[in-house]
Design a protein around this ligand. Structure first.
Ligand code: GLN
Length: 524
């Protein structure tokens, strides 16, 4: 690593590199924290954060600095800036879920994942923007306003490892989207977290993935986004959307960084009965992973109508690259994948209807007082505290769960979910180790185009390649692989067997090393 090449831009380094600089005292934890906070201001107009936590960040950076000064060097994320999606409870810090309902809510406890990050020395720099309660795929439906993609936003960047091909793209494309008012969406619902990482305000970020909310924005913002196996990472303190599908997800610029984060946050939590024990505490991916002996499946059903040619081309290119490098690549069939959108559109509202009964204005959050009755107070509170998308899902869920409808919709959807999950089991049983698929049908689209479709239709379009992995509880990771001719990131997804997250991440690291995605370096 040559620091001089990076214009002393510590915020673009990998965790391993920046940690070694912290150990050598080339920089201090406080300096790194201040650089991250300064970067937050530089990109504030893109709106990655809902809440900034500079005082708390400086305080933990100082603690970290003292540990380095004392020569204590064994915390895996000591001094590393990390951002947290604003649907994870953070003790003493507002946790809004991007909603009026919780805009004044300050939890008295922190999510297990947040506590584990802090215990590992991480410096929490803020809470990131999201679609209200995680319902969306653009980060356009937050009560605090949308997040805007850094690509082509007008914020200046060059590439970390310059190559003529990409520099030509950069010089050719106009990057005035913010001034035009027609910027590119970040994807969602964890768009703030993806953007926070892409723009270098933080090295890592927490998100949540119920149907694709980590992988979708990762793919649009050119970062690595992991949805771990269901149960591997505790959901305690993650405000529930769909308990049976929700998974805390991890964002980073490098696969190794995400693996380090996984080693810190994973494992049994007595406060989450769906969590499992793991032995990933010392997870370290191989320096040079190999594909020898791996069988990669290409599910033909993921070739959806409407998928852009550049995505299909990249998919083919990377599959060929893997085949030429020792993997066996074969086409597989997952016939029930096509039903995942419809199945999700029943399961999601059913669990939402049940989860959202807690927002009454009594226990916490927003309250509208009504003197005449308790019921009126509930009704006014819910009607003014939740957006149309949330209210629509509550209504739909209650309809699906009516006594006369339950077997027709909810129970039927559970059966379809089982079939979708069995497609995965069958493919694994045939010897396939990993699946390679696209993440989205296209690269990031402009806000004006995104707004042409309503939230429900967007979810049906955006999540088409991501939801099935949630249905089956298997791990999946989005990896940026190239820039298209407009200079926007193209990403691909690897899906693995339940509990085999490390093997999947090793293959992701192989892809990362071989595609050489041009990471951006923000110029200030
Ligand atoms: N687009 C999906 C939805 O709106 C994704 C949700 C998620 O993964 N949090 O439900």
């Amino acid at each position: 690593m040559r620091i001089s090449d990076m214009g002393m831009n510590y915020l673009s380094l990998s965790i391993r590199d920046v940690s070694s600089l912290l150990k050598q005292k080339t920089i201090s934890s406080l300096e790194l924290c201040n650089a991250a906070l300064k970067r937050q201001n530089a990109v504030a107009k893109l709106h990655p954060f809902i809440t900034h936590t500079p005082d708390l960040a400086r305080e933990s950076a100082l603690h970290s600095q003292k540990r380095y000064d004392r020569g204590e060097q064994n915390l895996p994320l000591d001094g590393i800036p990390v951002a947290v999606k604003d649907n994870f409870c953070t003790s003493g810090i507002p946790t809004t879920c991007g909603s009026v309902m919780l805009q004044n809510y300050i939890p008295t406890y922190s999510a297990t994942v947040v506590r584990r990050l802090q215990k590992a020395g991480a410096v929490i720099v803020g809470k990131t923007n999201l679609d209200e309660f995680g319902m969306g795929s653009g980060t356009t439906d937050s009560t605090f306003g949308p997040s805007k993609n850094i690509y082509r936003s007008g914020v200046e960047y060059n590439f970390l490892h310059p190559s003529r091909e990409y520099d030509n793209i950069l010089s050719r494309i106009p990057s005035t989207a913010l001034e035009n008012g027609d910027w590119y969406v970040t994807g969602g619902s964890s768009g703030g977290s993806a953007l926070a990482v892409a723009s270098g305000t933080t090295f890592l970020a927490l998100g949540s993935d119920t149907g694709g909310s980590v992988r979708n924005p990762s793919s649009y913002c050119g970062v690595v986004g992991l949805k771990p196996s269901y149960g591997l990472v505790s959901r305690f303190g993650l405000i529930s959307l769909v308990n049976s599908l929700d998974v805390p997800g991890l964002f980073g610029r490098y696969v190794d960084d995400v693996a380090t984060m996984l080693s810190v946050v994973s494992g049994l939590d007595p406060q989450d009965s769906t969590s499992v024990s793991s032995d990933l505490q010392n997870l370290k991916l191989p320096e040079n992973p190999s594909l020898d002996g791996l069988i990669i499946g290409i599910p033909r059903e993921y070739h959806w109508p409407g998928m852009s040619k550049e995505i299909v081309d990249e998919w083919t290119k990377v599959a060929d690259l893997m085949e030429d490098s020792g993997a066996q690549v074969r086409e597989v069939s997952m016939p029930h994948t096509q039903y995942s959108i419809i199945c999700y559109s029943v399961l999601n509202p059913c669990e939402v209807a049940s989860n959202f009964t807690r927002y009454t204005g009594v226990g916490y959050g927003h309250r509208v007082s009504a003197s005449h009755s308790m019921e009126a107070m509930y009704a006014f509170t819910r009607s003014s505290g939740l957006n149309e998308v949330v209210k629509g899902r509550i209504l739909a869920g209650n309809y699906f769960l009516l006594r006369e409808n339950k077997s027709k919709y909810f129970k039927q959807a559970l059966k379809v979910r089982r079939l979708i999950s069995e497609d995965f089991s069958k493919v694994w049983a045939s010897g396939v180790n990993l699946l390679l698929t696209p993440v989205t049908l296209s690269t990031a689209i402009r806000y004006s185009e995104f707004q042409n479709l309503d939230n429900r239709t967007q979810t049906a379009t955006q999540d088409i390649c991501t939801q099935a992995a949630n249905m089956a509880g298997v791990p999946a990771v989005s990896i940026p692989v190239s820039l298209n001719t407009e200079g926007l990131p193209v990403s691909l997804q690897l899906i693995g067997q339940w509990g085999k997250d490390p093997a999947m991440l090793s293959a992701a690291k192989w892809v990362e090393q071989n595609v050489k995605f041009p990471r951006i370096n923000i110029l200030e």
